[in-house]
Ligand binder design. Structure first.
Ligand code: NAI
Length: 659
């Protein structure tokens, strides 16, 4: 009889204790308070008859350990509770690190946050060489710090440069990289993983030590390294908005990686982190992301073959993205000459992605089959049209397509401005048409809007969301409404920014105002990127504004369309906007430009474009990069009115049916 709820211990003939974590009633392993308390008991029990060695492993298909239980962070409302939570892992993993017998973590699949900190407390780590094996300390993305020994042990193991890179960005490494960095002792195929763990833990090898110069950087020269790292962080994340990376640096450099040692009155203390609304908001953003992923789990639908029609900017990149995710893609256009540039673009992307592995990159490229004879349509599980934004052209195409598409396949349009109802009007069965609206550039934008018309079959919307999740994007269900959510909120925001140019503000100053606010890119640069002609058309459609702003009209009339023509509000050289110096940002400018975005978001919620305010926040953050530390526009509006708003996220509702 196993006396534990989440753990089990088996001793073999060599007296190795195999300690398996299989958290009860959960698809993945999370280190909740309950699981950690039980681990302490497991260690107590084992110590009564000390084993020769111990191997920690997972009983879950999904991976090793996904991290601490983030639900528990959401409830952290006082510094005392934060200290208690940190102390729980810090003490327990210090105890593990000091065990007299050798220990090894056998890591297959994800090993994140507290999971990696558990592994770091073992003497050895064996990783399984599979794409799903990823090791990371992503705490910084939640506005918190790896306080369970990560800040102490990761730099000792891989040196401060690699460790700070992982801790300050949250970036993960795969199994091979982990071995190369010295984070893993062995990197092995799954079939030999148990033997490798056994051999490693019984090897008697001393734990890995850093080379001398790395020990200097992690010792007397910490201050220098920290200053350089801080300068890098300042470029990306100002301290007033993002305290966690600064706390990580300080805790590592001055407090031995011990978050509990920082005095409460310091700006890098746990107390300061808990008090910052950023932490609450970023945890909230994490749950929003989980909620979006959840929409992809509502249908049991697996696409193997995608057929994309229109090999232009969007179609070509959608095809490449799907092929990169393992799908067979047929890419249709009117002639092979139209498809060739998309294939060339994909080849470059794959070469970069596969970093010199020619065979791998070739295999990806071979998954994209140029198709001018409509051959792929009949086999495809998902058909996406991404041809010109022209209703008649789309009608002609869909009428020809409909009889060929498999009855259970998803039939989708990537339209950005036409109503799904209007596009589907020519179909015998208009209820099967759904919008799958990708954003440009496809490879960079995490969000995809799944657009349902009033009459769209919900089964098809759910399948579309499942497909979006399958290709590692975040599906956001939206109603068929002008601009859906993301363009509907960006339109008025960009328009207001352009009006400010007409009033004499320098584009640089406007952009600076908004990047200081926390936007990833200023609105004027964004307009240049989208294309000034597109902005004129969208402006008329989305904002109802009659005449476009003067400067915008002049630029378009002169053929200056932004990045694509080399000149817009800025000159563009080698893909970069050539900016002059920004002036001082006058009071009220930021708020003036942000306000139309906030108002538009509220309108979308009121009009039912998205099901609720939380989804609006999620959509605007993941679709536009809207400053994540604010928790999204609706949350920002709410906190401006009532700072102590609850940060909980409601359970995921069904897909919205209608506008
Ligand atoms: P694009 O002009 O770059 O490419 C359109 C492609 O469709 C061209 O290669 C053209 O030869 C092909 N095409 C036209 N009629 C065709 C037909 N009957 N059969 C086969 N191929 C045909 O256009 P882009 O920018 O890629 O836009 C495509 C769609 O994606 C539009 O509906 C647009 O609204 C939407 N969209 C565009 C975004 C953007 O930033 N460009 C962002 C999100 C959506």
């Amino acid at each position: 009889m196993n006396p534990y709820r989440n753990w089990s211990v088996r001793r073999d003939d060599e007296r190795i204790a195999w300690i398996t974590l299989d958290v009860a009633d959960s698809p993945m392993n999370k280190l909740s308070a309950d699981v950690m308390t039980e681990l302490a008991t497991v260690l107590d029990d084992i110590e009564r008859y000390p084993p020769a060695a111990a191997v920690f492993l997972s009983g879950k298909e999904a991976g090793f350990v996904a991290g601490a239980d983030i639900e528990e962070f959401a409830g952290l409302d006082s510094p005392d509770k934060a200290r208690e939570l940190v102390a729980r892992g810090w003490d327990l993993f210090n105890r593990m690190a000091g065990l007299a017998y050798p220990t090894c973590a056998l890591i297959r699949g994800h090993c994140l946050g507290g999971g990696l900190e558990l592994a770091l407390a073992c003497r050895y780590r064996v990783v399984v060489d599979e794409p799903a094996t990823r090791l990371a300390l992503p705490e910084v993305m939640l506005g918190i710090v790896p306080g369970w020994g990560g800040m102490l042990r990761l730099p000792q193991m891989v040196g401060p440069a690699a460790a700070l890179d992982m801790m300050l960005t949250g970036r993960s490494v795969d199994a091979r990289k982990a071995k190369k960095l010295g984070l893993a002792d062995e990197c092995v195929p799954a079939r030999v993983m148990h033997n490798a763990a056994r051999a490693t833990v019984m090897s008697g090898r001393p734990a890995r030590e850093l080379p001398f110069w790395q020990r200097l950087l992690n010792g007397p020269l910490k201050g220098v390294v920290a200053r350089q790292a801080r300068a890098q962080v300042e470029k990306r994340a100002p301290q007033k908005h993002y305290p966690a990376p600064y706390a990580i640096l300080d805790m590592w450099a001055r407090y031995g990686g011990n978050a509990l040692a920082v005095p409460a009155n310091k700006p890098t203390s746990l107390d300061a982190i808990v008090a910052s609304p950023t932490t609450r908001n970023l945890v909230r953003v994490f749950f929003m992301q989980e909620r979006l992923k959840g929409f992809g789990k509502e249908a049991d639908f697996q696409a193997r073959h995608v057929h994309v029609i229109g090999a232009g900017t969007m179609g070509g990149d959608i095809a490449a993205w799907c092929a990169g995710r393992g799908m067979t893609v047929t890419l249709q256009d009117q002639a092979i000459e139209q498809i060739a540039p998309a294939i060339r673009r994909a080849a470059k992307v794959f070469d970069r992605k596969c970093r010199g592995d020619k065979l791998k990159s070739r295999m990806m490229l071979e998954r994209i089959v140029p198709d001018v004879d409509w051959r792929g349509v009949r086999q495809a599980d998902v058909v996406i049209e991404a041809i010109f934004e022209n209703l008649e052209a789309k009608h002609r195409l869909l009428m020809a397509l409909e009889p060929m598409v498999k009855p259970d396949a998803v039939l989708a349009t990537n339209t950005s401005s036409l109503r799904i109802e209007d596009i589907g009007a020519v179909l015998n069965n208009p209820t099967r048409l759904v919008g799958i609206h990708f954003f440009n550039p496809v490879a960079k934008m995490p969000l995809v809007e799944v657009v349902s018309a009033a009459n769209t079959d919900p089964v098809m919307s759910r399948r579309a969301a499942a497909f979006v999740k399958q290709i590692d994007k975040l599906p956001l269900p939206v109603a068929s409404h002008p601009g859906f959510l993301v363009n509907a909120v960006l339109g008025p925001y960009m328009l207001e920014a352009i009006r400010c140019v007409d009033e004499g503000f320098a584009p640089e100053t406007i952009d600076r105002a908004l990047t200081d606010f926390g936007m990833p890119m200023g609105p004027i640069e964004l307009v240049d990127l989208v294309g000034l002609d597109v902005a004129v058309a969208a402006g008329a459609a989305l904002t109802g504004a009659g005449t476009p702003p003067k400067r915008l009209s002049e630029l378009v009339a002169a053929g200056n369309l932004g990045k694509k023509s080399g000149q817009g509000f800025y000159a563009w050289i080698d893909g970069k906007a050539q900016k002059g110096t920004a002036g001082a940002v006058p009071d009220g400018l930021t708020q003036r430009i942000i306000q139309p975005l906030l108002d538009a978001t509220r309108r979308c919620v009121d009009q039912g474009v998205v099901a609720d305010a939380n989804l609006a926040d999620a959509g605007v953050i993941f679709g536009t990069g809207f400053a994540p530390f604010t928790g999204g526009p609706m949350n920002y509006l709410g906190t401006r009115l009532a700072p102590a708003r609850s940060s909980r996220v409601e359970a995921a509702p069904a897909l919205p049916r209608a506008a």
